[in-house]
Design a protein around this ligand. Structure first.
Ligand code: HEC
Length: 164
């Protein structure tokens, strides 16, 4: 007699084999995303520290400031890809990002957009020669870093400068 359950059982078994490694791979991809995010934020931190140092000088090196500002602007734009769904603390990922990044996406996006605007202005100001304007814009930009960290990053980071 023909076994009618045969194909169903075979398909179920195939699905089990196919989905198990797929979910494991997704997890690894999210861990990788969180690790890359962490590294990107360190580059951003370095660039911001660099421009802060220039801005504190009476005669800043505007060529150096321009390079840091370009890095900050580039990283600010890239930031929207650093928080894929599934890479948060609720997904079992080790991260300093708070769950609010994913549970309050509109607020997170609004503050990111503020950061984007200030980073673009910083790039403009760094292209000029006004040291005072540079210092003021570094300060305004830094405020967006801190504001986001207060709402969306767990305390205890290395940089107490940025809102810890
Ligand atoms: C829109 C939100 C947002 C903005 C704007 C933002 N950050 Fe962050 N930052 C985060 C989050 C969230 C983390 C935690 C990431 C993680 O651990 O996965 C973080 C982590 C960091 C870290 C790594 C700290 C550590 O050891 O984990 C540094 C450094 C940093 N940010 C610097 C900056 C600087 C400098 C700026 C501004 C020029 C900035 N950030 C702007 C949200 C933001």
């Amino acid at each position: 007699m023909r076994n009618n359950f045969g194909p169903t059982v075979v398909i179920a078994a195939m699905l089990a084999v196919l989905t198990a490694p797929a979910s494991w791979a997704a997890d690894a991809a999210m861990q990788k995303a969180a690790k890359e995010r962490h590294e990107n934020f360190h580059h951003l931190g370095d660039a911001f520290e660099g421009i802060e140092k220039e801005a504190k000088k009476r005669k800043p090196d505007m060529t150096a400031a321009q390079k840091f500002a370009a890095d900050i602007d580039r990283l600010a734009q890239a930031q929207s890809t650093w928080f894929p769904v599934g890479s948060g603390p609720d997904d079992g990922i080790k991260t300093k990002a708070k769950a609010e990044v994913w549970t309050k996406p509109a607020e997170f996006q609004a503050i990111h957009e503020r950061f984007l605007r200030e980073a673009a202005k910083l790039k403009d100001v760094a292209a000029g020669v006004d040291a005072q304007a540079l210092a003021a814009q570094v300060e305004t930009t830094g405020q967006t870093c801190s504001d986001c960290h207060i709402g969306f990053r767990k305390k205890g980071g290395l940089l107490s400068l940025f809102g810890d």
